[in-house]
Design a protein around this ligand. Structure first.
Ligand SMILES: Nc1nc2c([nH]c(=O)n2[C@H]2C[C@H](O)[C@@H](COP(=O)(O)OP(=O)(O)OP(=O)(O)O)O2)c(=O)[nH]1
Length: 155
């Protein structure tokens, strides 16, 4: 006997195994606010708010993937800090997104947007007002409860 994990039944009643997608996002911090980025309308989950970042490639560390993604998406350099919340495993129709989010700070501020239509610096108390991608909610809950002044970048 064998067990298929991560499987579901699609709309035609056929069992399918969801593909695992490993994603990393940056909770960029500035003046106790967090940067939210709105996905371009033509992308998967278009129009929803997310943390800038993307898929981890090959043997990349999450931090290396974040630096690469921020350079690609914003033309910006960052430093990374602690993980903002536990990893989230969220099943979308197209696969299971395994999302890790790290606090980060910008070393440059070009914001040369190619994947996003809008960015916005959001106070903790306003975070839950945005239409976040579904996988992000447990992370938003955790960040909203965190004292952002105490996030430590010294390690
Ligand atoms: N970057 C990012 N992606 C997220 C978040 N929340 C969430 O559900 N996702 C989903 C959306 C996508 O299905 C997936 C990330 O893929 P992506 O399309 O942004 O990744 P990528 O930049 O590597 O894109 P590509 O080159 O493969 O098109 O994770 C988030 O906060 N940030």
């Amino acid at each position: 006997m064998f067990v298929i994990l991560n499987a579901g039944v699609n709309s035609e009643g056929v069992m399918e195994v969801k593909k695992d997608i490993y994603v990393v996002g940056a909770a960029l911090l500035r003046n106790n606010r967090i940067l939210a980025a709105k996905r371009n309308p033509d992308r998967m989950l278009g129009g929803m708010w997310e943390f800038p970042g993307g898929k981890i490639q090959g043997n990349e560390t999450p931090q290396a993937a974040l630096k690469r993604e921020l350079a690609e998406e914003f033309s910006d350099k960052i430093i990374t800090g602690p993980q903002a919340a536990m990893e989230v495993h969220h099943e979308y129709t197209f696969g299971t997104v395994n999302l890790k989010v790290y606090y980060a700070k910008l070393l440059t501020q070009n914001f040369n947007l190619i994947a996003h239509s809008q960015i916005c610096w959001v106070q903790s108390s306003e975070l839950k007002k945005l239409d976040w991608a579904p996988a992000n909610w447990p992370i938003i809950e955790k960040i909203a409860k965190t004292d952002l002044k105490r996030v430590n970048f010294d390690d």
